[in-house]
Design a protein around this ligand. Sequence first.
Ligand code: C2E
Ligand code: MG
Ligand code: MG
Ligand code: MG
Length: 289
Amino acid sequence: AAKSQGRGNFQFFSAAMNAATHERLLLENRLWQALERNEFELYLQPQIDLATQRIIGAEALLRWHHPELGMVGPDRFIPIAEESGLILPLGDWVLQRAAGLLHAWRAPGLAHLRLAVNLSARQCHGPGLLPHLDRLLHSHGIDPALLELEITESAAMQDPERSRTLLNELRSRGIKVAIDDFGTGYSSLSYLKLFEIDRIKIDRSFVKDIETDPDDAVIVAATIALAHSLGLEVIAEGVETEAQRDFLRSKQCDEAQGYLYAKPMPAAQFEAMVHQSGVSSANRTRALL
Ligand code: C2E
Ligand code: MG
Ligand code: MG
Ligand code: MG
């Protein structure tokens, strides 16, 4: 019985493997054509100033409208794009689209908005990034301070010397730099000294249990205090409840992002939301007078 059960498990295991391999192939085959076919879209998730409750900008999050699978999230295809090298043209596309958005936002009611863009490890360490950014900023007439680049601590630590040089180059242009998924790597504190950055993004995994896990509450509060004492700003990711927001605000966290405010959405919807919130906050102000 044990033997046949063992074999059954093996069959189950290999069926699961086949399904994973099958999905991978399905994605990988289509991924290279997806850029030409214009199947990618940048969704935007609002970032909120915790003191004023105003939308101060957005994070750009990539989506793929796969012809058979429907909407595919980046966790499923970014790793494949990284391995296959497609991440370089794809990353360039993301930056180009982001520059187009910042250009379009030089309009009443939108001109204050900052846009945060995720960089992959390979993009950071390739030679093309800085020239591409320079061309985009120049041709779109963008204030570099409205562009923020997010790099994870693990990507930065893959090659600390090169990262240090890159971050210095970015900051010398006035581009903002944020460390994404802060706290999930193993080197959080050492690189705060090594790298020139503007902001840290506290990972969702710490925010999730802020109300129930005293350790997470202490870690988050201490992280905010540490960042502030180093002159850095702090944004919390994955804020889903009012209690989490209230805790973060009581610890002077600067900004928040999460489903409590909004899920990532198409750009037009985000722009409408900014206009709408501008109108309602003007009404609130009038109501107070
Ligand atoms: P990330 O940069 O840490 O982005 C935050 C992720 O958390 C996003 O997932 C977002 O949709 C999700 N999120 C935001 N608020 C909440 C919340 O309140 N609750 C929960 N449960 N989730 C929330 P998404 O869009 O699936 O992106 C996943 C990861 O893919 C990103 O993590 C980022 O590492 C990567 N990624 C996304 N777009 C790009 C891109 O253009 N280039 C590169 N290189 N990576 C990207
Ligand atoms: Mg990010
Ligand atoms: Mg993150
Ligand atoms: Mg993440």
